[in-house]
Design a protein around this ligand. Sequence first.
Ligand code: F3S
Length: 79
Amino acid sequence: MLYTDKMKIIQKHKDCIGCGTCVVLCPDFWEMDEGGKAKPKQGRRNEKTGDYEFEIEDSKGVCNKDAAEACPVQVIKIV
Ligand code: F3S
């Protein structure tokens, strides 16, 4: 069986200040929503917390690490 490492990306959506850095650094995965905050293009929203989360293979998601590091309010977490 082929083993692939996956990363889970979680965004604390309500704390996003809409700076847009993640969209610039990682446009395949992030977009701005109607409210002026970023949200991931895939994945699901946790109805209780309002956080977004999605999973991808490590090798395909490198720019998400850049986005997580660059976010000025550190609301994107990789686990
Ligand atoms: Fe928001 Fe951080 Fe992206 S503030 S727009 S999640 S870089």
